[in-house]
Design a protein around this ligand. Structure first.
Ligand code: NAI
Length: 792
């Protein structure tokens, strides 16, 4: 009786351990070590490495280190299986994926316990969040498998997908990768993280059990070297990666110019913004979920608390009280809130960053420093008064550490929220719906949760802005990463990046000053004609070698000026879609009014017949009309996710786009690329064909007379490879489209790794008469998902 009275007084939970018996038996059965899962069977264990339980440091399994040969075998199996898998009816594929969902669900308990032992996360989380979401992803994508042909017309599967996942949500990340890939008709080779490979191997056994055709799913375990072998394997058509920004950048460089599709889901330093009118008790529970869920080892963790100055003291007091109630310890205990950090190396990384914070003199609060005697544990920590320049405010700590800063105005809150190189997620707390939606719109992040945090669902896209990566996972947005246009293989484009004096149709550079201002088409920057910084122009020649005009020889400085002008014009993105449509209609009308002039220019420059030139100008006018029409119709969606949530998927412009046009169809290609970009609200720095730039430079006066605001379209002529390089490297450019040759495409992809800008490159000749439609608009936007709860 005494004990019950004590319990009622303290309200303490007693121990409530989950049984690990079944998992123990399974691990014992594999004592000799796990092999890889290739072509439907487990290989003999090879070079083995140890896998530990981070909560007690004990070895739980030995797993094979995948070699390049293993990757070869897995890719070969996936390649062989792919056509047959893709040829199955959607219904058949759907049944297979549905079976995976059912079997995961049947084994929820086993998988939750295994995940917790392998990763250190509390059983409450693996049981209630990770594994149910895994099943949800397979169910959701089972549906897509039977809809893919009708919902994604004109596309086909990418082929063999290499997928590399991290250790923080091992089975969930597997599901996020494998389910859409399979639904879209691809086969996969997946490499789990070296710290947490066990649930992937258990999933492989489920694939056998459900009768998934051999080779459709292959799993090769190993470390970064195994991952790198998969990334560079010539037989892989797409790489999907989740992990650190550093490795994401290396993968961007390694895949540059290979033609591999790439999606990257990288790190974050997500803001958690609390306004003065927020429900502070709910916000405190939000913080717990934002930063102490999975010990803060979450890419979208709300790790930067930004709180209104007037609410800060009250919020901190409530947080400190709440922190005292967090239970840290055995992850298998059902009442544990905070489990173990995944591995000693990760624990040391957290400690190192905290030492740096201590050196900066920051103020730390920990309610409970008593940690289990063994295992990798780190106490929940609150750091207040953090300067935005502090290492703790900038670096992804990936641990249970919340850094807090105050703000005075909503503008300051938004500025602080966006003061990061990342852009994965954000959480906004206020009872004022107008403010919530305004702030959500202004934050540069792929996901914004209003009065909520860490909400996920298979029907909603998830992914980042800026250095948090590109591409989305989940729902329709995620599926398009696993499909490509179903077109016959095109011929390669003509070489694009020779020096000007070797290009067809172009003669060596000469001083613009000698030529006099009248004959030289200048650059177009910030709504004004600008002399090139070099002071040089080059002669544009017709196919017979006769000079038809002069164009400015732009250089790096001109590109930088143009990017600055484009950034200043960003209010274009906030103009109403109707307004943008009207401007595009003017462009089309003014081009039509000057049709004869453009026809003559094209004929003179390219040697095209008057008829062919007229047809190119006509097509350009039509194209401008099409995108004027699309400007207010390529809208977003409301995803069907969780009950009592509206999940808005908004198509937002990238911001500043660099567009490098091909030599072919000099007017039509230029219009086909620039119009969709500006229709969606981007500001553009365009580099027209170097050989035939004059129809683009004639376009200045069309832009001037069409109410296109200054800086929305900037045009820099000159040597393609110099200008392309500057655009691809520039940190102020958010996305680059490049149509040209193979070397140029490779250069764009490699140089874009700096700020991880999104790229869309083509080295194949395009049929410009047909180059139009939603794919251009999709590529001109990034999706932001805003989750808004409703109800009292
Ligand atoms: P990581 O990026 O090195 O590992 C993620 C995955 O990539 C693992 O499967 C790993 O084996 C693989 N990998 C490593 N090097 C590779 C290479 N060169 N080529 C191909 N694959 C490679 O992450 P790590 O070292 O485990 O964690 C370091 C930091 O990264 C964390 O402290 C955290 O800040 C961040 N991180 C972010 C994650 C996210 O979800 N955004 C997940 C994991 C880590």
């Amino acid at each position: 009786m005494g004990i019950i009275k004590d319990i009622l007084r303290t309200m303490d939970y007693g121990p409530s351990p989950e049984s690990s018996e079944h998992v123990g038996v399974w691990l014992d059965e594999h004592k000799a070590g796990f092999g890889h899962f290739i072509n439907g069977v487990f290989t003999k264990p090879g070079d083995l490495f140890d896998v530990f339980n981070p909560a007690n440091g004990e070895r739980i399994a030995r797993v094979s280190q995948g070699s390049p040969k293993d990757i070869d075998a897995a890719v070969a199996a996936a390649r062989k299986a792919q056509p047959k898998w893709a040829a199955l009816s959607g219904f058949e594929r759907s049944k297979h994926i549905y079976a995976l969902a059912r079997h995961v669900q049947k084994r929820e308990r086993f998988l939750s316990v295994l995940e917790t032992i392998d990763n250190g996360k509390p059983i409450r989380e693996s049981r209630d969040i990770d594994i149910p979401l895994v099943a949800r992803h397979f169910y959701h994508h089972a549906g897509w498998a039977s809809l893919i042909d009708s919902e994604f017309p004109g596309t086909k599967p990418v082929g063999v997908c290499g997928q590399i996942i991290p250790w923080n949500f091992p089975l969930l990340m597997l599901a996020w990768k494998i389910a859409p890939a399979l639904a879209a008709g691809n086969t996969v080779v997946l490499k789990p993280a070296e710290f947490t490979p066990l649930t992937a191997l258990a999933f492989a056994a489920i694939c056998v059990e459900t009768g998934l055709p051999p080779g459709v799913v292959n799993i090769v375990t190993g470390d970064g070297a195994t991952g790198a072998a998969l990334v560079t394997h010539a037989g892989v058509d797409k790489i999907a990666f989740t992990g650190s920004t550093e490795v994401g950048r290396a993968i961007r460089k390694a895949t540059a110019g290979t033609g591999k599709k790439l999606s990257l889901e990288l790190g974050g330093k997500s803001p958690f913004i609390v306004f003065e009118d927020a429900d502070l008790d709910s916000a405190v529970e939000g913080v717990v979920d934002a930063i102490w869920f999975n010990q803060g080892q979450v890419c979208c963790a709300g790790s930067r608390l930004l709180v209104a100055e007037g609410a800060a003291d009250a919020l901190y007091a409530k947080l400190r009280a709440r922190m005292a109630n967090l239970r840290i310890g055995d992850p298998l205990d059902k009442s544990t809130d905070v489990g173990a950090i995944v591995a000693p190396v990760q624990l040391e990384r957290i400690r190192r960053l905290m030492r740096q914070g201590e050196e900066e003199g920051l103020e730390f609060f920990r309610a409970n420093d008593s940690l289990p005697d063994r295992g990798c544990f780190y106490p929940p920590t609150l750091v207040t008064g953090v300067d935005p320049a502090s290492v703790l405010a900038r670096e992804e700590i990936f641990g249970p550490v919340l850094v807090a800063t105050t703000f005075r105005t909503p503008d300051e809150a938004v500025a602080l929220a966006n003061n990061t190189r990342y852009g994965l997620a954000a959480s906004v707390w206020t009872e004022n719906v107008n403010r919530a939606l305004e702030v959500a719109a202004r934050i540069k992040a792929g996901v914004v949760w209003i009065n909520s945090t860490n909400m996920f669902d298979a029907a909603s896209g998830f992914g980042g802005y800026r250095e948090s990566g590109f591409g989305r996972e989940g729902g329709r947005e995620g599926l398009s990463e696993y499909r490509v246009a179903d077109e016959p293989k095109a011929k390669p484009n003509s070489a694009r990046s020779q020096p000007l004096n070797a290009s067809p149709g172009v003669s060596p550079a000469r001083s613009a000053i000698d030529e006099g201002p009248d004959r030289t088409a200048k650059l177009y920057i910030g709504g004004k004609q600008a002399r090139p910084d070099s002071g040089y122009s080059y002669a544009v020649l017709d196919p017979a070698g006769r000079e038809v005009g002069l164009a400015g020889l732009g250089n790096r400085k001109d590109i930088r000026n143009a990017v600055e002008a484009a950034a200043k014009a960003s209010s274009w993105g906030a103009a109403t879609a109707h307004n943008r449509a009207q401007v595009l209609y003017y462009v089309a009308e003014n081009l039509a009014a000057r049709e004869d002039e453009f026809v003559r220019r094209l004929s003179a420059m390219t040697g095209a017949s008057a008829r062919a030139a007229k047809s190119e100008v006509d097509a350009s006018i039509r194209r401008a009309f099409v995108y004027a029409g699309y400007a207010d119709k390529f809208d977003g969606a409301v995803h069907a996710t969780r009950s009592r949530f509206v999940t808005l998927a908004m198509n937002e412009p990238w911001g500043v786009m660099g567009i490098i046009c091909p030599n072919e169809a000099p007017l039509l290609a230029f219009v086909s690329l620039v119009m969709p970009a500006i229709a969606m609200g981007n500001c553009v720095v365009a580099v027209p064909s170097a050989s035939h730039p004059l129809s683009a430079t004639d376009f200045y006066s069309v832009l001037d007379t069409s109410d296109v605001p200054a800086g929305v379209v900037n045009i820099v002529t000159g040597e393609a490879n110099v200008l392309t390089k500057t655009l691809a490297e520039h940190d102020g450019v958010d996305a680059v489209w490049y149509v040209g040759d193979t070397d140029g495409a490779a250069q764009v992809e490699a140089l874009s790794a700096g700020n991880l800008k999104a790229t869309w490159t083509s080295a194949a000749a395009m049929d410009w008469a047909k180059a139009e439609g939603r794919e251009f608009l999709r590529r001109a936007t990034q999706v932001k998902n805003i989750w808004t709860p409703y109800g009292e």
